[in-house]
Design a protein around this ligand. Sequence first.
Ligand code: GLN
Length: 446
Amino acid sequence: VDASYKRIAEVEDKVQAFLTLDEERARQAAKALDDNLDATKGLLYGMPIGVKDNIVTKGLRTTCASKILENFDPIYDATVVQKLQQAETVTIGKLNMDEFAMGSSNENSRFQKTRNPWNLDRVPGGSSGGSAASVAAGEVLFSLGSDTGGSIRQPAAFCGVVGMKPTYGRVSRFGLVAFASSLDQIGPITRTVEDNAYLLQAISGLDPMDSTSANVDVPNFAGALTGDVKGLKIAVPKEYLGEGVQESVRQSVLDALKVLEGLGAVWEEVSLPHSKYALAAYYLISSSEASANLARFDGVRYGYRTPDAENLLDLYKKTRAEGFGDEVKRRIMLGTFALSSGYYDAYYKKAQKVRTLIKQDFEQVFEKYDVIIGPTTPTPAFKIGEKIDDPLTMYVNDILTIPMNLAGVPGISVPCGFDGGLPLGLQIIGKHFDEATIYRVAHAFE
Ligand code: GLN
């Protein structure tokens, strides 16, 4: 905790990863562990961790980087936060993000722009940009992010750290402020694959408070790090190395495949033919779910309330108009439109059908192969300001991470080289609930 706060003092004014820091609270938690030295140690005893600001922490402000929750003090801890306490980590603070996790650059935060520690003119990625930047800058060893369409893996790739989106259902979402409930998953961001395996271990498992959490055994993920990938079958979708993917990124994936070949794995090109519809389906489904989930922010129950409402309807309208940022409003409007009668079948239902086709693409490939490999992002980190005025250009950046959320399968991003001093990420995707194989491959490659 000392080291963590020392590093924060050195670099935080440049990186700006944290929205809330509570040093006294962290020191008290560390002292409580020190005072109890004889007790059996938790899995992550004493490790300093940062938590994305859409995961509720009792008594520690949780804003979702939104004005509407600017002064929201949760009255309970998310299940993952309770599990971190059991593992005996020490929470250092809450991390910046795009407002309500909508974005790919952290520029949609209502409060500050986090910067990429490798190059302060570049974005850290998003929406878990604070989570990735804080680990990359050495401010914390571990962090938690959330991933609805790439928000753990894309910032991990941009910041040169390891980020895992677990299988949908692996980790409880209780206490994660919902963006798109059928896509959201919490996951670990760390410097090494081994750390990542330990952190996922600590937060996984069935939770009676989340009916979508799965009753599936949690294996010893760190035990899977054998270094042995002999005979492993890798599928490389041609759609992930095609048009729009920068040459340096393509080359870094081919180099990674050579390394894995050298270790005894084999790879073949495959096709995921419905990938090209993933982006459209994702923005319909996620915005539809967001429009329903964000209906609860009405100025009555949580957070911000407009100071000058004339009646109840006016209170709702002004609170939401003043409290939400532009991107959040854009998604609520798109989602409300897609769900409205007359359009439901044409848009929402059709997007759900496409989602099934995408899921089937993955199932077919996984009948023959152990993992799928491709890049995490089409380019390295872009410049701050470069895409913010054009939402569609920003959306396209997530083209390689969104299909996994639609299919519910797990995926990791691990560092795999540099382009012009900026890190690149390799994405390894596995079968449902087979994070262990992903870790084995990532560790052998690392
Ligand atoms: N960038 C994507 C979006 O804006 C994904 C966000 C996420 O995974 N939370 O929706």
